[in-house]
Design a protein. Structure first.
Length: 377
């Protein structure tokens, strides 16, 4: 992620905020509220890791948008290490943060920090990933995670020719060998993506149009701790050695995240898959290196979650809380965190294929044509 990209994201958030202020119930009141709270108004933003470009984009977009709205920001990344994230959140509270925006590494690990926040009247917004097992989560901004899973499975079916991109029946009949990957089990989203995907694939599995040759069809078997690329590569290598040593071929792989997809693609390439018979591999986040792989015809699809919109939404919610009002939710039933249903605002995602990279990612200013061509931000 380079400075140009950050600037573009910042501009996107500022624009989104501007639009929100203009189209909302009171453009004037929204901006007055933010500027009057600006003095001394520190907001803590806790992000999981910098190993994935999406979280860098999220962090920078939230930070830029909050600053543009007049707040001070403490943005911290936790290297996917739970004690580090707990410590960073503790520190934000000690530093006097007025509100916390948190994308948790382990959705269950922050209860004592959140209690400390609640004791001081600090509102907590769960960002992208639900924080579980605590009553002290005030709001959740995310994408429709079940639908992301549906989209991932749909793109697998499209790639195999069982569906067309418009959702009608495709010309292919199968059967096809597929393998399934899931995300990190300590991330609440992983189960949502998996459920959306499996619900979509189940009729094809039942009809044996899709066959999971390894037999690994439980989320516990498919899960990749911390969404780690190398762990995914190793699992794919093991699957190929154990289930495909008889000369049979894998035709498709359901992958929930671009980093995992890159691990899978490396394993497949090392095993000799190439060209037209390269398996259909799905993904998520439209990370730049994976968008290039899609443009090159290696990875088949990814899900595009516009992090600029998520950041802007988090800021709208933060501003509502800081002004003492109740933020608007568009879902008050899906996200039970084990203690309560957390009011949520869900955004919509899109499926990226080779032929809509231009429209979804380049025309929207998310990536430039040069970045797609080079695979580098
Ligand atoms: C996010 C995904 C991301 C994954 C790995 C999930 O919580 O919703 O967008 O691919 O984490 O970082």
């Amino acid at each position: 992620m380079n400075t140009k990209k950050f600037a573009a994201l910042a501009a996107g958030v500022a624009l989104a905020l501007g639009l929100a202020a203009c189209s909302g119930s009171g453009a004037g009141s929204a901006s007055t509220a933010s500027s009057s709270k600006a003095a001394g108004g520190l907001i803590g933003v806790s992000m999981p890791t910098q190993t994935s470009s999406r979280w860098i984009a999220d962090g920078k977009a939230v930070e830029a948008g909050l600053k543009a709205a007049g707040y001070q920001v403490s943005l911290q990344y936790a290297n996917d290490d739970i004690p580090t994230q707990s410590q960073q959140v503790d520190q934000m509270i000690t530093q006097g943060a007025k509100l916390l925006i948190i994308a948790a590494i382990d959705g269950t690990a922050l209860s004592s920090q959140l209690q400390a926040a609640a004791d001081k009247g600090i509102k907590v917004i769960a960002y992208d990933r639900l924080i579980r097992d605590s009553k002290n989560v005030d709001f959740y901004v995310t994408f429709d995670n079940y639908k992301v899973g549906v989209q991932q499975a749909t793109s697998l079916l499209v790639g195999l020719g069982l569906l067309t991109a418009d959702g009608s029946k495709g010309a292919a009949t199968g059967p096809f060998n597929v393998e399934l990957f899931a995300g990190s089990l300590d991330d609440n989203n992983a189960a949502f993506f998996w459920k959306g995907a499996i619900d979509t694939l189940q009729p094809y599995l039942d009809a044996k149009t899709l066959v999971v040759k390894s037999g690994q069809i439980k989320i516990e078997q498919a899960a990749i701790l911390r969404w780690d690329q190398e762990t995914a590569q190793k699992r794919m290598e093991n699957l190929l050695t154990s289930a495909y040593s008889d000369g049979s071929k894998v035709n498709g792989v359901l992958s929930p995240y671009d980093g995992i997809s890159r691990g899978i693609i490396t394993a497949l390439t090392n095993a000799g898959y190439s060209g037209a018979t390269f398996p259909i591999v799905t993904g998520q986040d439209s990370e730049i290196d994976s968008v290039k792989l899609i443009a090159d015809g290696v990875q088949f699809s990814s899900i595009f979650k516009d992090t600029r919109k998520l950041a802007a939404q988090a800021i709208v919610v933060a501003q509502a809380f800081l002004k003492g009002s109740t933020p608007e939710a568009n879902d008050t039933k899906s996200y039970d965190n084990g203690v309560k249903i957390v009011p949520s605002f869900l955004l919509q995602s899109d499926i990226v294929y080779k032929d809509n990279i231009q429209k979804l990612l380049i025309d929207s200013g998310y990536w430039t044509a040069a970045q797609v061509a080079s695979g580098q931000a």
